[in-house]
Design a protein around this ligand. Sequence first.
Ligand code: GKE
Length: 342
Amino acid sequence: MNKMNKMNKEQKIVICGAGGFIGSALVNTFREKGFTQLVAVDKKPMTRWYQRFPDVENLVLDLEAPDACNRALQGADVCYNLAADMGGMGFIELNKALCMLSVLINTNLLQSCRKFGVGRFFYASSACVYAGYKQLETENPGLKESDAYPADPEDGYGWEKLFSERMCRHFDEDFGVDTRVARFHNVYGPDGTFDGGREKAPAAICRKVIEAKLSGCHEIEIWGDGEQTRSFMYIDDCIEGIGRFMDGDVADAMNLGSDEMVTINQLVDMVEEIAGLKLKRNYKLDAPKGVRGRSSDNTMIKEKLGWAPSITLKEGLEKTYAWIYDQMTAHGSSKDAVVNIS
Ligand code: GKE
């Protein structure tokens, strides 16, 4: 059973970052479960929302401002904060100050939660909080929650996420704001960004393979040497996990990620197999690479929530590749992609 069924369908639920990939998927899941008091908030103009639904209250607000957070959260029962300026390594390595400004969003949302007595607050943290010295080898045994300390997170983005985790904890302890914090490990799937610079590896590789297939130029540029390792979590596992975090009673930050670790070369192998071709690989060693090895240790989420992400990378890539292929052949790029209005 999807855990969101346990929540009261008349509650006023506010999803911040609702114009984005994960946020819009979360709004749609609540709609499909019959929730009727939904408020979707994003800074982007609605024409740029990944998915937008007419039966939801849609607000364009810049949540870096306290007044905007008060406007969004007045009367709210539950708040999900998925609002942040972020992207793959191609973005966060080159926009560290912008990524850190997201701290204003979470801080002001927590203040509004305290002001209005919002019942529960979800914060989307990230595997980028983990210490760099724990991610130096490709053979990563899986990052445990304790590997965030002594702190050495990703520059910019990772520090903002770790700081905001701690602010959630202290608002919980000192002010009684009931918080839940999930450390997302590289989420991908249909409706995600696949070009324009903010895309992450799964979507980027799918796009590059499709470009090679459509152009007949059977080569692909891969950032780094391709031996770096990651795990990638399919969007449906992410959404299910968010529901389980919110229905659970664990306030401490926990992993929400797949423990299926692959090299980027293996990721490319899988996408080539889906596309039915093999490409010449050109390795761009000076491109943004992030950490050498990362995967999620799911011991704690299994122990605390009795569940862990399980959708295989192959299964998720097949759906993601198909969606991106449709977007590229129908619209040319994600910039032209039609906003799904159901
Ligand atoms: N984006 C991208 N595009 N990455 C590529 C490409 C490409 O064309 N080719 C190879 N890679 C490599 C990157 O160099 C990196 O080593 C690996 O794939 C994953 O890159 P990524 O998906 O952009 O981002 P990371 O997993 O390194 O970091 C992301 O982690 C998330 C949490 O797991 C962050 O950028 C955030 O999106 C987030 O914190």
